[in-house]
Design a protein around this ligand. Structure first.
Ligand code: AMP
Ligand code: GLY
Length: 448
């Protein structure tokens, strides 16, 4: 085949999200060469990369030694840790641009205090009641939680902590004393802590491609963080996600989605003013639809996992062109097209995830994926003979794609049921019953 463009991309990877990124890049008519660096030998990345280097993606000397050798046109950095630690800055020093923000801009994810203060300073959306504490003064913390938040509070560790830094009253913390003690622990460990009002509502994510103040949105997604059916059990990295054919979600009003879009735009603009540098990459807005509108829960400086597994298979325009446009400032709505289809992603995990890693090393086999489904590998190892073995974390995401959420759910569910091995998944994600419940909660909350 004659390649008109010779694009070489360095992909910094950790899991199924980057398998989905590599898949979307590989579909480009520009036939890019993908060279990946990942902590493990992800079988999906291995198939899609000309070379897959394994090693620590936080070891910048290691990453830079490969980058300098291969001289990629650009890098795509998938996970939060290397972005938060400044890998885009280190690559920039070698004149390699990244689809990922520089360290100072990535504080939108790595510092909860930075984000809350930014939203307040630039008057973006409606902030929940919050306070940033920097001094280990138990009395002040206790009084704020008790008298200002009336015991309904959330305590946020002010640094990346693998999704485990946020503790919510009534869930992880059972009293004002426990909240105060965790707040003090956060201050001791990272110098400050955010304590804020606990919001009641339904969460959703709106991710956008961002190049400075140019912002193009992706379909809205709902994630399910709890381990077991019925939203019970411990929090996980995300057990599954869905999107709808109209790119909104059944429980959202047009106003909710428009407000979320507006907030992502305002945040991109505020980041430019605040940091003096343009944000280039993916901006992930985590929102809660509440009684009287929406609120920001958090921002991430990357694509979500599993959100990317739903969104990227729907991208029908050229992902390589979008990445280049993010870097050179030519990002525009006309470059981004998503199919008008619904998706449901269900994550298969080892049976005992996230409590223990007892099934590590056990064999797992997957059915062949039909046209209307995708399989993205996470924590999984492949033998030379092609046999697959479980790691300790999320194994693989199966995504059903159809004209309705119900059909997409049925596709994903049937395929998950055919997976052989000591794995489990959430049967309720994307079902009509679960979605009807979300719609009903929202209706009641809003008194409609
Ligand atoms: P974060 O790491 O900021 O996404 O927080 C993790 C989880 O904590 C979110 O997905 C929410 O479920 C919950 N959470 C965070 N902030 C709040 C809040 N202000 N009110 C209620 N729940 C929250
Ligand atoms: N699915 C949640 C996240 O990627 O942060």
């Amino acid at each position: 085949m004659l390649h008109t463009l010779d694009v070489r991309i360095l992909l910094i990877a950790s899991t199924a999200r980057e398998h989905a990124i590599a898949d979307a890049l590989a579909r480009s008519p520009q036939h890019p060469e993908i060279i990946s660096i990942c902590g493990s030998e992800n079988p999906g990345l291995k198939r899609l990369s000309s070379t897959l280097h394994t090693g620590s993606i936080l070891d910048f000397d290691f990453v830079l030694s490969i980058a300098k050798k291969i001289k990629p046109d650009f890098a795509v950095i998938g996970p939060d840790d290397p972005i938060g630690a400044g890998l885009a800055d280190a690559l920039q020093e070698e004149e390699i641009p990244s689809v990922a923000p520089l360290k100072s801009l990535a504080r939108i994810e790595s510092s909860k205090a930075f984000t809350r203060n930014l939203l307040k300073k630039y008057k973006i959306g409606t902030s929940p009641k919050f306070k940033v504490f920097t001094k280990p003064e138990p009395k002040e913390l206790h009084t704020f939680i008790d008298q200002e938040l009336h015991g309904n509070y959330v305590v946020k560790y002010d640094a990346l902590k693998g999704g485990k830094g946020v503790k919510v009253s009534g869930e992880h913390l059972q009293s004002i004393d426990e909240g105060t003690a965790y707040g003090l622990e956060c201050i001791r460990e990272c110098g400050q802590v955010v304590v804020e009002e606990k919001l009641i509502g339904i969460e959703f994510s709106l991710l956008s491609f961002v190049s400075s103040t140019q912002v193009v949105d992706m379909p809205a997604v709902q994630d399910h963080k709890r381990a077991y059916d019925g939203d019970t059990g411990p929090n996980t990295g995300g057990m599954g996600t869905y999107t709808d054919a109209d790119h909104s979600l059944p429980f959202l009003s047009k106003r909710d989605l428009d407000d979320a879009k507006e907030i992502n735009r305002a945040v991109a603009a505020a980041l430019l003013k605040e940091c003096g540098e343009p944000y280039r990459g993916f901006l992930y807005g985590g929102f809660m639809a509440v009684r009287d509108g929406i609120r920001v829960i958090e921002f991430n400086a990357r694509l979500g996992d599993p959100e990317a597994l739903n969104i990227l298979p729907l991208l029908s325009s050229d992902f390589v062109t979008i990445c280049r446009a993010i870097i050179d400032g030519s990002l525009d709505e006309s470059l981004v097209t998503f199919e008008s289809k619904a998706t449901v992603c269900k994550y298969l995990t080892p049976e005992s995830y996230p409590v223990s890693k007892d099934q590590r090393g056990k064999e797992v086999t997957f059915p062949k994926m039909p046209e209307n489904a995708r399989l993205f590998y996470g924590d999984i190892r492949e033998d030379v003979d092609g046999t697959l073995h479980l790691g300790g974390s999320r194994t693989a995401g199966i995504v059903g794609i159809a004209s309705s959420i119900a059909e997409a759910e049925s596709i994903a569910q049937k395929l998950c049921e055919q997976v052989q091995g000591p794995v489990r998944f959430r049967s309720d994600i994307g079902t009509e019953a679960l979605i009807a419940k979300r719609v009903e909660v929202m209706r009641k909350l809003r008194g409609a």
